[in-house]
Design a protein around this ligand. Structure first.
Ligand code: EPU
Length: 421
């Protein structure tokens, strides 16, 4: 096991370049299974979840050739099985996209139930409702989901999602792309990664309209074309992580290769906190020369404030002036990082899905552990901001979703060493 040793009290200053989006990449990689041919994916983040997904594809008989650290060619011509059970499948959440992708391509799928961040109950009932609406027969038995079609066909249908779900929206798009007829998803999720997966599928010849709105229409096509080249959208959450880090550290960061439009809810909050935010075409500069002001935040599906930026923003609120409130409406257990922040001198109390942040002047270094991916990013920022030395354990969580995170923070002046426990 590795840990970070962080020497704190750094005001982050400089430039950083954003990688491709994790949550788009983990939708696009399984989408390549829908084509009887080769897909070239560029700007993939070099992170554990992406590498694991590519390893799983190999286990299905799919050709995976890394061209460089961020580019892969995937050849799904000779896919040989619709079953994926290995331990790798259980190690991360997004392996559930194998159900939609394999159902779409082979009209059947048997998958070990996925794991992922421990942030509360993570049901997949809306995914299953979607597959069933397309005519699939779905069985969940212990830790296995088995989906099949009666006569080798999926038939387009109208599906209303009872909750706005990123995973269900993408999974249904994957299954419906090669279905017979038209599928509509109502109350669909609108996150940038939904649009990116739809754009990739359309590049290969799919007929998907409305991604990014709450109604997506998928007209099934007979087959997709091979030889598509696609570049993954910049990561909204990585962008936000550095925006918040600039504010929490009272620093000045120019964030390059990002999409300012995706950051509107966070930008609005950072402005309320007294930060300066300058939006460029594909860059954002965030600076803050005093303690941030208190704000109240409620997490919501896009374009609302992202749950995946809640923990990182919590660090800025922990050192803000005044009392702030965060209400988490998406996940049940996404405040575990506050216990760790309290070890560093923060004053945060949690009551169910609400947390009250009594801002303190300074955090102090301590030994803390990442409890999930975004909590890990939050605690890394906290270590950079705090006085003295912080030991941050459980780096596995962070490496699942952030590419070269310590290198990027080091280039902004942070003092971080990765050492063996
Ligand atoms: N939900 C249901 N039934 C379902 C699906 C979801 O009740 O069938 C509920 C969930 O319990 C949750 C809400 O709907 O309360 C939203 O869940 P969603 O399906 O949107 O989440 P997800 O697809 O499992 C993705 C991201 C998460 C991110 C959420 C919300 C991926 C691989 N994961 O999860 O990302 O928090 O959307 O935006 O795309 C992260 O990157 O750190 C992360 C956890």
């Amino acid at each position: 096991m590795e840990k970070f040793i962080i020497e704190g009290s750094t005001q982050l200053k400089g430039e950083v370049t954003i990688s491709g989006a994790k949550n788009a990449a983990v939708g696009i990689i399984p989408a390549t299974l829908l084509v009887n041919g080769v897909s070239r994916i560029e700007n993939l983040p070099n992170i554990i979840d992406v590498k694991l997904f590519c390893e799983i594809l190999k286990e299905l008989g799919v050709g995976v050739k890394w061209i460089d650290d961020n580019t892969v060619e995937i050849d799904a011509t000779n896919i040989r099985t619709s079953s994926a059970f290995s331990e790798k499948v259980k190690q991360f959440r997004a392996s559930y996209y194998l159900i939609g992708a394999l159902l779409g391509r082979l009209k059947k799928a048997t998958i070990g139930l996925p794991g992922g961040c421990n942030i509360g109950d993570r049901p997949i009932d809306q995914h299953i409702k979607g597959f069933e609406a397309l005519g699939a027969i779905v069985d969940i038995n212990q830790d296995v989901v088995a989906a099949k079609t009666n006569n080798g066909e999926l038939i387009g249908n109208s599906i209303y999602l009872d909750v706005v779900s990123v995973g269900a929206t993408i999974n249904i798009m994957l299954a419906a792309t090669l279905a017979e007829g038209i599928t509509t998803i109502e109350n669909a999720a609108k996150e940038p990664h939904i649009v990116d997966v739809a754009n990739f599928l359309n590049t290969m010849g799919a007929d998907i309209m409305g991604a990014g709105t709450d109604t997506i229409r998928i007209k099934g096509v007979k087959e997709l074309r091979g030889n598509a080249t696609y570049s993954v959208v910049p990561d909204q959450i990585e962008t936000g992580t550095f925006m918040v880090a600039a504010v929490a550290s009272q620093g000045d960061i120019l964030i390059k290769n990002c999409i300012p439009k995706h950051m509107e809810s966070l930008t609005a909050k950072l402005l309320e906190m007294g930060a300066n935010v300058e939006l460029g075409g594909d860059s954002i500069r965030v600076s803050c020369n005093k303690r941030p002001k208190k704000v109240n935040i409620k997490t919501q599906p896009y374009p609302g404030f992202p749950t995946d930026l809640q923990s990182q923003t919590g660090v800025a609120l922990a050192v803000s002036e005044g009392v702030s409130l965060i209400e988490e409406t998406i996940w049940d257990s996404r405040f575990s990082y506050t216990n760790e922040l309290n070890k560093m001198g923060a004053n945060i109390s949690v009551d169910g899905k609400r947390a009250i942040f009594n801002g303190v002047k300074k955090l102090k270094g301590a030994t803390v552990a990442a409890t999930d991916l975004r909590a890990g990013a939050a605690l890394l920022i906290a270590g950079i901001v705090a006085e003295g030395k912080t030991e941050l354990r459980n780096l596995g969580h962070i490496d699942r979703g952030y590419e070269k995170i310590e290198e990027k923070f080091r280039s902004l002046g942070a003092k971080i060493d990765r050492v063996m426990e």
